[in-house]
Design a protein around this ligand. Structure first.
Ligand SMILES: Nc1ncnc2c1ncn2[C@@H]1O[C@H](COP(=O)(O)OP(=O)(O)O)[C@@H](O)[C@H]1O
Ligand SMILES: [Mg+2]
Length: 268
């Protein structure tokens, strides 16, 4: 049965999509059957994973939303893009999700948060891990993703605003845990707060890490993601896995270390 992990924060541009995608790629490489759910209408994960794996995403692919709307099932949208790695692609049409949720739940108030969880039930047994990428807004996407998840990684850019947003996200998780208790769900585990886009030898970034350490203590990942130019290229050009140079290898090692720590934190 899959462990479902959301990579979240209420702030945009902090590294949620990239860390979620790199985690999916590396878990698949390790042999975990992985499903990556792009739950953001901006479809950044869909583009990133297709680019990285040189997967030709046809213009008329079936999006997660289309499959949900037409079949009340996610299955038809799942595409296999690499060994052990499947993707539930997003598209701009996902902006209609909130309306669809209300159509589905009708006047059963309170159940709107559980719609994604219900839809994931039919695929949970097919995977070891399901990774969800979410938009940076407090709304139905985040509540649905978090209520469908077993664990969450809060991605924190080493910047004061992102630290504050991380605190808010953790509070939101606590509120959702009250909802989970009410419906007899397990408590959502915070797998950790991941320091992201840290600049090497930046006193300001070090200060944020120190403050985060004091506030989140053992929740803070020991391994951090540093700012690396090379990553930005993956969005555009993908990766030639067979011809990785030293920069690619460094980038992969950095994300691999974080993935290993995540598995330890999840006892997987
Ligand atoms: N380790 C990194 N080093 C440098 N740039 C990065 C790194 N990780 C992500 N980026 C870039 O930072 C930007 C925001 O990342 P993204 O993952 O899209 O954040 P979010 O999903 O939180 O909005 C993107 O342009 C991405 O290419
Ligand atoms: Mg994103």
């Amino acid at each position: 049965m899959a462990t479902v992990i959301t990579f979240g924060n209420f702030k945009g541009g902090v590294g949620k999509t990239t860390s979620a995608c790199m985690t999916s790629i590396l878990l698949a490489e390790k042999g975990y059957k992985t499903l990556h759910v792009d739950f953001d209408p901006q479809a950044d994960s869909t583009e990133f994973l297709a680019n990285v794996h040189d997967y030709e995403l046809k213009e008329d692919y079936i999006s997660l939303f289309e499959s949900l709307k037409e079949d009340r099932s996610l299955k038809r949208a799942i595409i296999s893009i690499a060994d052990n790695l499947s993707l539930l692609p997003s598209g701009a049409d996902l902006v209609g999700y909130e309306r669809l949720v209300h159509e589905i739940v009708g006047d059963r108030e309170g159940t709107e948060h559980f719609v994604l969880d219900a839809f994931l039930t039919e695929v949970r047994a097919d995977y070891d891990v399901i990774v969800i990428d979410v938009p940076p807004t407090l709304n139905v996407y985040n509540s649905n993703a978090l209520l469908a998840s077993d664990a969450v990684v809060v991605v924190m850019k080493t910047q004061r605003k992102s630290l504050n947003a991380t605190r808010k996200y953790l509070n939101f998780i606590e509120e959702l845990n009250e909802v989970r208790k009410h419906y007899d769900y397990n408590i959502l585990k915070v797998a950790g707060v991941l320091p992201y886009l840290q600049k090497k030898s930046s006193p300001l970034d070090d200060e944020i890490i120190k403050a985060a350490n004091e506030e989140f203590s053992e929740l803070l990942f020991e391994k951090h993601i540093l700012e690396r130019e090379r990553i930005k290229r993956y969005d555009e050009e993908g990766i030639s896995f067979k011809q990785m140079d030293v920069h690619d290898k460094n980038v992969f090692k950095m994300y691999r270390d974080v993935t290993e720590e995540l598995l330890q934190r999840l006892n997987k």
